[in-house]
Design a protein around this ligand. Structure first.
Ligand SMILES: *Cc1c(COP(=O)(O)O)cnc(C)c1O
Length: 236
């Protein structure tokens, strides 16, 4: 058994245990296999083990890798495959991103949502998540928590995007438990927004948790965990 399939097996088991621990249904969490910097062959190894959802953080890299994966996988795998953009999106890449990705996790401004909407409108409504800078760190992307409701209220008017939920990258902590308060806060913010019942805003997805803290994120309600190095190995 290869290392990717072994890791995948372990991660699935950890997600299942975290779901059991928190009284959640195991199929309420989807694993986003973060394949950034890794070759198409790594994606194909995961695909062969039934992993169909992948995350990339750079449009240009995804643009090169996605066709290679499509050419290398069997027909069944290709049908099931789904790519999510999890990294910052520059305005001049929006047009390509809308074609490559089934979901964009990293929408952090009203103007970016508007641009995505206008590009997606002629193709299909694009599911998006709103990235929140939950720890308020200067170096991190994402809307300040206090600006999020107002921004989402404005984005709700854009017909080309479907606002599905929130995403965050919390401040780095040594202990995975250190991320818990931030995950809780994101879940509470999503619940608050859901109660507002803004037309066109769903709040069914919470994208949070990475290699070192995804089990904590699942316990706090994550529906999408973005796991890279624990699955594909270190990127160093
Ligand atoms: C790289 C990346 C991940 C995965 O990080 P790992 O620690 O390798 O699991 C998750 N989310 C985002 C936004 C990333 O850029």
């Amino acid at each position: 058994m290869g290392i990717v399939s072994e890791n995948l097996r372990n991660i699935r088991e950890q997600i299942k245990l975290a779901c059991e621990k928190s009284g959640r249904n195991a199929d309420s969490v989807r694993l986003v296999a973060v394949s950034k910097t890794k070759p198409a062959s790594a994606v194909l190894s995961a695909l062969a083990e039934g992993q169909g959802l992948f995350g990339e953080n750079r449009v240009q890299e995804a643009r090169e890798k996605i066709p290679l994966v499509a050419a290398g996988g069997d027909a069944q795998g290709r049908d099931g495959i789904e790519w999510h953009l999890i990294g910052p999106l520059q305005r001049n890449k929006v047009k390509i991103a809308v074609k490559l990705f089934a979901m964009v996790h990293s929408v952090d401004s009203v103007s970016l949502a508007q641009e995505l909407s206008s590009r997606a409108l002629t193709i299909r409504p694009l599911p998006i998540l709103i990235q929140v800078n939950i720890g308020g760190e200067v170096q991190k992307n994402g809307l300040p928590p206090g600006d999020t409701i107002d921004a989402i209220s404005q984005m709700a008017a854009f017909d080309g995007v479907q606002i599905k939920g929130l995403m965050t990258v919390p401040p780095a902590t040594q202990d995975p438990q250190g991320a818990r308060p931030y995950f809780k806060e994101l879940a509470e913010l999503a619940a608050t927004i859901k109660r507002l019942q803004i037309p066109g805003v769903e709040m069914t997805e919470l994208s949070m948790g990475m290699s070192h803290d995804y089990t904590v994120a699942v316990e706090e309600g994550a529906t999408l965990v973005r796991v890279g190095s624990a699955l594909f190995g270190s990127r160093l």
